[in-house]
Design a binder for this molecule. Structure first.
Ligand code: HEM
Length: 126
């Protein structure tokens, strides 16, 4: 069963030997991750005890980072104190694929259409 925490309980976990952060209503114990974090221990300690969703999102963490954070999950914020989810999950990134496909079509549709018209014009005119 998922352990539930109030935001007040997490606020107290703001030290090097007991550091927890909240990202998208999920609570992570990052005490053992401080030294391994590629972005450095300092930024995690500054956010320890707090909701770090915005910071995590603004850094533009990779999908690998989003998967990695799962290793440190210890629970979730109680229902009454949950906030809007702002960093998408690595596993829920189908929207990004859709964008990539659209981007692909946007790049390739004009030259392909031009080539088809040029071939048709060549066939009919000559
Ligand atoms: C458990 C949570 C976290 C994990 C697993 C994690 C993981 C990572 C990883 C793997 C990177 C390397 C770049 C990438 O792959 O995206 C990174 C960079 C970074 N992270 Fe985190 N991170 C976490 C939380 C945070 C939080 C809460 C903040 C901000 C408050 C933060 C700030 C940064 C910064 C500033 C960098 C350096 C970005 C750069 O050099 O361009 N991280 N993190």
């Amino acid at each position: 069963m998922t352990q539930l925490f109030t935001r007040k309980e997490i606020e107290e976990r703001n030290r090097k030997d007991n550091a927890a952060i909240i990202i998208d209503n999920v609570v992570y114990d990052v005490t053992k991750f401080l030294e391994d974090h590629p972005g450095g221990a300092e930024v995690l300690l500054e956010n320890a005890g707090k909701d770090a969703s915005r910071c995590f999102r603004d850094v533009g963490h990779s999908d690998d980072a989003k998967l990695w954070r799962g290793e440190f999950k210890i629970g979730e914020v109680v229902k009454e104190e949950q906030r809007e989810v702002i960093c998408q999950d690595a596993s829920a990134s189908s929207g990004e694929n859709e964008l990539t496909l659209r981007g692909f079509l946007e790049v390739w549709f004009p030259p392909t259409a031009f080539a088809v018209i040029a071939i048709l014009a060549y066939v009919y005119l000559l």
